[in-house]
Design a binder for this molecule. Structure first.
Ligand SMILES: Nc1ncnc2c1ncn2[C@@H]1O[C@H](COP(=O)(O)OP(=O)(O)OP(=O)(O)O)[C@@H](O)[C@H]1O
Length: 201
C-alpha cells in the first residue's frame, strides 16, 4: 500500500504544490492531472525517490518509503516522459540495460508492445511512437508492484493505447499499482485522480 501524506515539492526555488495526499491500495490506480507546469512530473519523481519532498511523508505499507532508497527502488518501475532510449543500440539491446536479460524475455517484452519484429533494428530508426512503446516494454521486464508513468500514451496509436490499457488491467489484477500523469483520457476502471492544479502553491 502506498500512502502520500501532505507532500510538497520545490523545483528550483519555487514551491510547485503542497498537500498532495492519496492512498493507493494493491490493484489501485491514480491519475495525476492538471495543466502544464502543475507538478505532475515533479510528483512522480518524488514518488520514485528521485527528489526529496519539501514536506510531508511517503509511506509504503505504513513505513517511511524513503528511509531506504535502494529498497524503494526495487518496488517501482518508472517510465519517464523522456524515453531514455540509447539510439546506437538495437531495439533489443536497449532492453538489456542496465543488466543482462535472457533473450527470450526480451522478445516476450517486445511482443507486449508489438515491436518484436524490430528487435535487431538500431533504436535511432524508430518513430517517436515506437520509441515510446520501447520504453513501455520495460514494464514487462520488471517485477515491481508500483508503475510510475509519465504521459504513457503520448504518441501512441489507438491499438497501442488499447494494448497498454489491457496491460494495466493485468498488472492491477495481480495486485500491482499504477500512478500515471496524463493529459489524455485513459480507460482505467475504478481509478482515483488527483488534480494538481487544485493544490498548486
Ligand atoms: N529541474 C527543474 N528546475 C527548476 N524548475 C523545474 C525543474 N523541473 C520542473 N520545474 C518547474 O516545476 C514546475 C512543475 O513542472 P512539472 O514538469 O512537474 O509539471 P507537469 O505538470 O508535469 O507539466 P507538463 O504537463 O507540462 O508535463 C514547472 O513550473 C517547471 O518549470
Amino acid at each position: 500500500m502506498l500512502e502520500a501524506r501532505s507532500l510538497a515539492a520545490i523545483r528550483g526555488e519555487r514551491l510547485v504544490f503542497r498537500d498532495a495526499s492519496f492512498l493507493l491500495e494493491p490493484g489501485g490506480a491514480l491519475l495525476l492531472v492538471g495543466p502544464n507546469g502543475a507538478g505532475k512530473s515533479s510528483l512522480l519523481r518524488l514518488l520514485a525517490g528521485l527528489t526529496p519532498p519539501a514536506a510531508g511523508e511517503l509511506l509504503w505499507d505504513g513505513e517511511n518509503a524513503l528511509d531506504d532508497p535502494p529498497l524503494h527502488a526495487t518496488r517501482l518501475c518508472f517510465v519517464g516522459h523522456l524515453d531514455a532510449i540509447k539510439p546506437g543500440l538495437t531495439v533489443a539491446g536497449n532492453l538489456s540495460l542496465p543488466r543482462r536479460i535472457p533473450p527470450a524475455a526480451i522478445v516476450a517484452a517486445l511482443e507486449t508492445v508489438d515491436l518484436d519484429r524490430f528487435a535487431d533494428l538500431p533504436a535511432r530508426l524508430l518513430s517517436s511512437g515506437q520509441r515510446r512503446r520501447l520504453a513501455l516494454a520495460r514494464l514487462a521486464l520488471s517485477p515491481a508492484p508500483l508503475w510510475l508513468l509519465d504521459e504513457p500514451t503520448t504518441g501512441l496509436d489507438t491499438a497501442s493505447v488499447w494494448r497498454l490499457e489491457q496491460r494495466f488491467a493485468g498488472h492491477r489484477a495481480k495486485g500491482g499499482m499504477i500512478v500515471a500523469a496524463t493529459h489524455l483520457p485513459l480507460d482505467l476502471p475504478g481509478t482515483q485522480s488527483l488534480d494538481l492544479s487544485r493544490i498548486a502553491a
